[in-house]
Every structure is written in C-alpha cells, then in structure tokens.
Design a protein around this ligand. Structure first.
Ligand code: GLA
Length: 403
C-alpha cells in the first residue's frame, strides 16, 4: 500500500511539473531586435562573416538603436560526436562556437543560433530530434542567448510536444535563451506558443519583393504584403514576451527605398520582432536611416505591446493604427498602389475603437499633436485634416501625442 501511495505521489509530482513548467519568463518584454544570416547568406555562413557582422552592427549605429541579437541561421553544423553532441562545421567555424559567442558578447551584443525540431534541418544538417537536451546543454555551454527552432523533416512529430520538449530542455540547461518558434504558423502557434516560446513565425518564408509570390515548386516564399495578408485575427495573441513574428526583414536588399520604408513601418505597426536580414557591411545611408529610425522603433518597442491593425482600406490606400503608452497612437497611411495618392484624413470623423486594447481614439474629446515619424517633424494637430501625398508603395506615419 505504501508503495502505491508513493507511486501516486511521484506521478502527481511529474504531472504538476509538466503542467507548470514554463519558458524563461521576461526575456522579450518588447519584440526582439537583431540580425539573422539567412535572408542574404543562406548556407554561406562562417565565423569571419559573423564577426564582421557584429562589428558592423556596432559601427552602423544599429546596436545603439536597439538591435541586440546576432543570429546564425541554418548550416553552421558539422556532425555529432561519438556521444551525440553536435559540433560546428570545423572548416567554417574552426575556433568553435564558444569563441564566437565570446566575440559577439565582447561587442555588447547577444548570440543566437538555429536548430530544427526534425531529424534534419531545412538545409539537411543534423536536427535536434532525440538530442534536445544535449543540444540545449551545448548551446548553454557555448553562451547562446537566442534559439530559432525550425520545423523541417518532422514527420510523425506533434508541434506542441516537440516545441515543449525543447523549451524544457532549455530550462534544464539553465541558461536564459530566447526561444523563437519557426513552424510557419502551420499549427496555430499563437494559440499555444505563449507558454512555450517568446515569438512564433506566422507564415512561410519572406522574400525581397513588395507583393509577389516566388514559387519554389514544393513551397513558396512571399513578398511583404503577402505576409501581411496571410493571417487574420491573430493580433490578440501577441503581447509582451510572446510575439507574432512575420519573419526577418528584407530592408536593404532588393526593394526600393519607399518599399523598404513601408515594410519597416508595417513591421513596427505590428509590434513585430525587428530582425534585419541584409548585409550590414557597407549599407547605403538610406538603409541605415530606415533601420535605425528611432521614432519608428519606439512604436515597435512601445511597452504597451499591442499589435496594430488595419483600420481602413480604400483604393489601395490603407490606414493602420496602433495604441501606445500614455494614451498616444501611431497611425500609418500605406499606399499599396502603383501611383501616388492623396490623403485627406478628418480625425474628428474617425473615432477609432480598438477592442483588443480596449482603447478609443476620439479627437473630439482629446486633441493630439501630430509628429511625422519619417521627417521627424511636428506637423500640426488633430484639429485639422491631415492632408498629404503618399508616393506609390510608401507610407506616411504620424505619432499622435496628447497635448
Ligand atoms: C526555413 C525557415 C527559414 C530558414 C530556413 C533555413 O525555411 O523558415 O527562415 O531558417 O529554413 O534552412
């Protein structure tokens, strides 16, 4: 009988442990900001590149603007050793991951890495399936601060279970590591991800065009607007420490400056993680200006942590709104069409109620000053209509500040 009670007690303890197990809390109270190698370099990663990128993150001013995580995506892997511990590719990372993490840390930045829940990563390298605890231990020993965890080659795996296993492995390794779930929104991660990770991809892969689909036969990658359209009604699931992630940015790659500006503004309006994906070495001035626009970044990083939304759309001219701390709002006019369009926005006739944040913008009751977040000038107030011309594929973003 005594044994029976002991068994029941042990089972209850285990059950309680798994029910109450949690991610490392508080690592992403605002959307994570950083850089990831995939969009530009795909599998061409090595330690020299990552070091140069760390240097450029500092010298370009991105670090000062808030970018922190330097993440190596797929293809850093070598083989597992005889005990099953993963090793970096010895040709590409001869100094080892610990030395690289130390270098990144010495620049005041944080170090991120990539793995996959499946047998192999999307690039065909060893995945973490069956090695979760070992891999988490290696990452902790190397000094990893951020893990992006992909979803290729996962036949027979349950997403909630697989991601929870890695969360628990990270916990067991005892190093605080931001956990980025990358299963492309296939299993509604916004419904279960909050207790598992700090951000979750909501779509397939992004590509560097404003509104195209690139067909890769078995899968497609998606332009900026396609990604924005892909999921509806999930903004209520995003918030401090658990963010919807529409993928790494394409700013500074193949799009026009206007399109980069629109892309960046939308990511900020949606409280998205701001993970740059361009080559940070020798960036054009206009790219730096976009990526380091602190007033736009402040909209993204606003501690209220509410994902903005499309309030209105007519003739490819959209109005996006985002409630901010202290009663402020950000409003973004987006021109999706191929020609310039005029805006003539009457604030008092547009009383905006955000039912998720439980906030109303009513300029009949409160007058706000208007600040243009791209020219960084105060322009007028909500007493007057906002009149402006928005070029094709561009934005006009204002912050409404209480007088
Ligand atoms: C998937 C992910 C991408 C990238 C690649 C690497 O496609 O969605 O972001 O990590 O794998 O192979």
């Amino acid at each position: 009988m005594k044994h029976f009670y002991l068994l029941v007690l042990a089972a209850l303890t285990l059950l309680a442990g798994s029910l109450y197990a949690q991610k490392f809390e508080g690592l992403a109270l605002t959307p994570p900001m950083g850089w990831n190698s995939w969009n530009t370099f795909a599998c061409n990663v090595d330690e020299a590149l990552i070091r140069e990128m760390a240097d450029a993150m500092v010298s370009s001013g991105m670090k000062d603007a808030g970018y922190k995580y330097l993440v190596i995506d797929d293809c850093w892997h070598g083989e597992r050793d005889s005990l099953g511990f993963i090793q970096p590719n010895p040709k590409r990372f001869p100094s080892g991951m610990k030395a690289l993490a130390d270098y990144v840390h010495s620049k005041g930045l944080k170090f991120g890495i990539y793995s996959c829940a499946g047998d192999k990563t999307c690039g065909g390298h060893p995945g973490s399936r069956g090695h979760e605890y070992q891999d988490a231990l290696s990452y902790a020993q190397w000094g990893v601060d951020y893990l992006k965890y992909d979803w290729c080659n996962t036949d027979g795996l349950n997403a909630v279970g697989a991601y929870t296993t890695m969360r628990d492995a990270l916990n067991a390794a005892k190093r605080p590591i931001v956990f980025s779930l990358c299963e492309w929104g296939n299993n509604d991660p916004w419904k279960w991800g909050k207790n598992v990770g700090h951000l979750w991809r909501t779509s397939g892969d992004i590509t560097d065009c404003f509104d195209c689909e690139v067909n890769h036969v078995t899968w497609s990658s998606w332009g900026i607007m396609k990604i924005v359209e892909m999921r509806k009604n999930i903004r209520q699931y995003s918030g401090p420490d658990h963010w919807n992630d529409p993928d790494m940015m394409e700013v500074g790659r193949a799009m026009l400056p206007s399109e980069d500006r629109a892309h960046f503004s939308l990511w900020c309006m949606m409280a998205s993680p701001l993970i740059a994906g361009n080559d940070l070495r020798g960036m054009k001035k206009e790219t730096i200006e976009i990526l380091t626009n602190r007033e736009m970044i402040a909209v993204d990083q606003d501690s209220l942590g509410v994902q903005g939304y499309r309030y209105d759309a007519k003739d490819s001219l959209e109005v996006w709104v985002k409630p901010l701390m202290k009663g402020d709002w950000a409003v973004c006019f987006l021109n999706r069409s191929a020609k310039a369009q005029k805006i003539d926005f009457n604030w008092s006739k547009n009383v905006v109620t955000d039912t998720v944040a439980n906030r109303t913008l009513n300029t009949n009751e409160t007058v706000f000053t208007l600040r243009n977040l791209w020219t960084k000038k105060n322009i007028s107030s909500t007493k007057k209509n906002l009149e402006a011309v928005v070029p094709s594929h561009d934005v006009f973003v204002v912050r409404l500040e209480k007088k």
